[in-house]
Structure formats: C-alpha cells, structure tokens
Design a protein around this ligand. Structure first.
Ligand code: PEP
Length: 239
C-alpha cells in the first residue's frame, strides 16, 4: 500500500491535475495506491478518481456526530465525500493540536463505523530515539487502541519517526525492522499492515522497502509530484 499525504498543499487546479495524473498512473492490482488531498478538494477529486482504482482519503477527521464544531469535518462527511480511509494522529497534528491516541479514540471508532479504515500514525521524536525510548514511546502510542474493545483488524499503522518527516533523513533498515516488529507485537497481529513514512523518495524507496515487515509507505513531499510518486510505487513493485 502506497499512500500520498498532500498535507496543506495544492491550489484547486493543481490538486485536480495531480489527482488526474495519479489516476492515470499504472500500478499492479496487488498494490493499493491512495491519495489524501486537503479536505476542500476531496469532493472534486472523488469525481476525478471515479472509475479508477486509486483510494481517496482524508488527512484527519473527528469522531463527533454532526453538530457545533467550527472548522471540523467528521468521519461521516469524509465517507460521504468518497473517502475510504482517514489519516489519524499524524505527528503534525499531535504536535500542533495536542492530539494523543487517547483523544483520537472517538475518531478511530467513527472512522471504523463508516466502513473506512484509519491510517493511524505513530512515531518517536529525535530526543526520544536518542534516549533509547523509541520502541517504548511507539508502544505507548498504540496500546490505548487496544483498551476500548474496538475491532481494529482493518486499521493500517504508519510508523513515521518525527525526525524523518520532511527532513530527507530516513530510519535505518534495522531500526525500521525492529519498530515494525514491535508494532505488530503490541497489536498482537503478525499480519497487521504497517507502513513506513518519513522522507520516502524515489531515491530512498528501494532501501526502505528492503526492510523486512514494511507493508508500503505513507509519502508526504514526494507525493506532490506524480512522477516521483509513480517511481515510489514502481520501487515497491520491484521489491
Ligand atoms: C508525512 O508527513 O506523512 C511524511 C511522510 O512526509 P515526508 O514524506 O515529506 O517526510
């Protein structure tokens, strides 16, 4: 699975052109490819993607039902607009809006309830890694998901070391393997889908994908360029 997270990028015309290019991109049936555009462009892009195999996702949503929540979109709206997944708990939202796994539990439940799947992000900061706490920190970010009786078997986890996002740095193959094994251990599911994210590019993809236990990638910056995104998909398919 290769998912593009466009973040707060693209004017409307650029978003539609990029979605069109991704829709026309060739990929194997066994590779699930998706894009998460800014919320405002989800609806027009769902029309661009009609008839294509590209999955559409929201970058975030909240767990509340409809109501007085200025500036928010809920899971039902995202699903209604054509999304089949929603990124939750991205480190940029954890850092800026104080989101935690506990505070995200209603969103996780709401996303699952709509039939979408969450792409749930976890990852340690540089200080946490340097102090040898990376595995514990990520385990702690996952454990609350297990405590509320949700069926999270359809959930995708994205391991995204915070220090690797948008920096051009990537975790080593061994660190990725160790973390992905830990994620599956904590989940108690050897078959869980665990993506890697953090400066995945056409240049780094081959190395990242050679790590055991990587189920694909969550791609930020490089997903804004259709050729680079296609090259990452191609690297996945060569692996
Ligand atoms: C991300 O933030 O999800 C991400 C992986 O970004 P980038 O690829 O730009 O590091």
């Amino acid at each position: 699975m290769i998912i593009g997270n466009w973040k707060m990028n693209t004017a409307r015309a650029d978003a539609l052109a990029l979605a069109e290019a991704v829709a026309n991109m060739r990929h194997q049936d066994s590779t699930r490819v998706g894009i998460c555009p800014p919320a405002l462009w989800i609806d027009p892009i769902s029309q661009v993607l009609e008839g294509s195999s590209i999955l559409l996702g929201a970058q975030d949503c909240i767990g509340d039902q409809f109501g007085a929540q200025t500036g928010c979109i809920n899971a039902a709206m995202a699903a209604d607009a054509g999304c089949s997944m929603a990124i939750l708990g991205h480190s940029e939202r954890r850092a800026r809006f104080g989101e935690t796994t506990e505070s995200l539990l209603p969103a996780v439940a709401a996303v699952l309830e709509t039939g979408m799947f969450p792409v749930f992000c976890v990852g340690e900061t540089q200080i946490e890694r340097e102090s040898g706490r990376a595995l514990d920190v990520v385990a702690e970010q996952i454990r609350p998901l297990l405590s509320v009786g949700l069926d999270i078997s359809g959930m995708v986890i994205a391991y995204e070391p915070v220090w690797a996002i948008g920096t051009g740095l990537s975790a080593t193959r061994l660190d990725i393997e160790e973390m992905h094994a830990t994620v599956r251990d904590v989940l108690g599911r050897a078959d869980a889908l665990v993506l890697y994210g953090g400066s995945v590019s056409p240049e780094s993809a081959e190395d990242v994908f050679s790590a055991e236990g990587v189920s694909g990638a969550l791609v930020g910056g490089a997903s804004l360029n259709a050729d680079k995104f296609a090259a990452i998909v191609a690297a996945w398919e060569r692996k």
